[in-house]
Design a protein around this ligand. Structure first.
Ligand SMILES: [Zn+2]
Length: 143
């Protein structure tokens, strides 16, 4: 039997016993190893994963983690919505107001489009009862 100190990608360390180094390599390759603390299957020999120690040291205190995760979660959701819209829609750029109005008036076939519109254009579209929704704004991108 040989002994390795193993670590997962969340920096939990634990002991692993193997028949041989080949046995360890085989289990690692097949993804049979998992962290007893968090269940992560990203396992490496402790000493061979220097980035693990770094990430553990840099983890911020409790309150900040919660806030950070919540923000990251919201940002992810917004991004998913945006990605969904932009994946299935045509980018008409500055012609958005014109195209939206044409669809509303039945001049062209309705489809999913997105683009940019000025405040005045948005106002005019709203007054004319044209249905559209603003794309979610992602805080990251405004910087
Ligand atoms: Zn773990």
């Amino acid at each position: 039997m040989i002994h390795y100190t193993l670590a997962c990608d969340k920096a939990h360390t634990f002991d692993g016993w193997f028949r041989s180094s080949e046995d360890y390599a085989r289990q690692e390759k097949k993804g049979l190893l998992s962290c007893p603390v968090c269940g992560s299957a990203k396992i490496g020999k402790g000493l061979m994963a220097p980035n693990v120690a770094t990430s553990a040291e840099e983890a911020p205190a409790g309150g900040q983690v919660l806030l950070g995760e919540r923000e990251a979660h919201v940002r992810r959701l917004l991004k998913e919505v945006r990605d969904e819209v932009t994946r299935n829609a045509e980018n008409v750029g500055p012609r958005f107001a014109e195209v939206a109005r044409q669809m509303h008036d039945g001049e062209i076939e309705k489809s999913s489009v997105y683009g940019i519109a000025s405040k005045d254009e948005v106002q005019a579209l709203r007054e004319d009862g044209v249905e559209f929704h603003p794309l979610p704004h992602i805080p990251d991108e405004s910087n």
